[in-house]
Design a protein around this ligand. Structure first.
Ligand code: URA
Length: 226
């Protein structure tokens, strides 16, 4: 692939801007400045540097963002800044979208991708992707409450009960829940169905992807497609 085409595919600007970026001498491959926009580069397994930042070539981008509170997952955020604003310009230009939604005040693992097929697969109820949440409750939560969530509780918008796939008490006011479904405010409403209140919610995994323990809130890492 031509260098300027590679930069374009990775979100570094318009075709013209990418030519200019190559000509500027800011792009290096294996330590060598590549300043000919027409130079052919092998993109497979490639890492390249733009300025001081190293980028892997990814045909499709998939990242894990550690979402902080105070950000909306919607594509047209209204009351809070959008999670896209936490990404560097190349990823923003690639139009990465959140895989499912977390509430404004929920923290933790948010996958984002520009791969439409993967997005569909991971969010379709047919694929039954498990998500694990750590919740802090206002009042003590009991083993009996966990059992209630495993048996199923009825929420206000649907007579069919919703279930936790796993529910584990971490301590008196912390529980770990695994859900397959993804209804609006589901964890908060399930906890409310136990006459309690969810005070904080953090997602620690989504399907095979786990939130890296050392990833600060607001930061992101590339995720491997599984
Ligand atoms: N359940 C909720 O209540 N909120 C979230 O953000 C995710 C799951």
């Amino acid at each position: 692939m031509r260098l300027s085409q590679l930069l374009f595919s990775q979100g570094f600007g318009t075709r013209r801007e990418c030519e200019g970026l190559a000509l500027s001498g800011e792009v290096r491959i294996a330590g060598r400045v590549v300043d000919d926009p027409d130079e052919e580069v092998d993109e497979q397994g490639l890492s390249f540097q733009v300025g001081r930042t190293t980028w892997p070539y990814r045909e499709k981008a998939l990242i894990i963002l550690n979402k902080p509170a105070g950000y909306e997952c919607s594509l047209k955020p209204k009351a809070w800044p959008g999670v896209q604003s936490l990404l560097p310009p190349p990823l923003r230009r690639r139009g990465l979208q959140p895989v499912g939604r977390l509430d404004q005040d929920t923290t933790g693992l948010l996958l984002m991708t520009d791969d439409g097929q993967l997005l569909h697969k991971l969010t379709s109820p047919k694929h039954k992707v498990p998500k694990v949440y750590d919740a802090t409750t206002k009042h003590p939560f009991s083993v009996a409450d966990c059992e209630k969530l495993l048996k199923g509780v009825v929420l206000d918008d649907d007579p069919a009960p919703v279930f936790a796939d796993a529910a584990e008490l971490l301590d008196e006011q912390h529980l770990r829940l695994t859900l397959i479904q993804g209804k609006y405010h589901q964890v908060k409403r399930m906890i409310a169905a136990c006459s309690n209140r969810c005070e904080a919610l953090n997602r620690i995994s989504f399907g095979p992807w786990t939130l890296p323990e050392d990833l600060p809130q607001g930061a992101w890492v590339w995720a491997d497609p599984h």
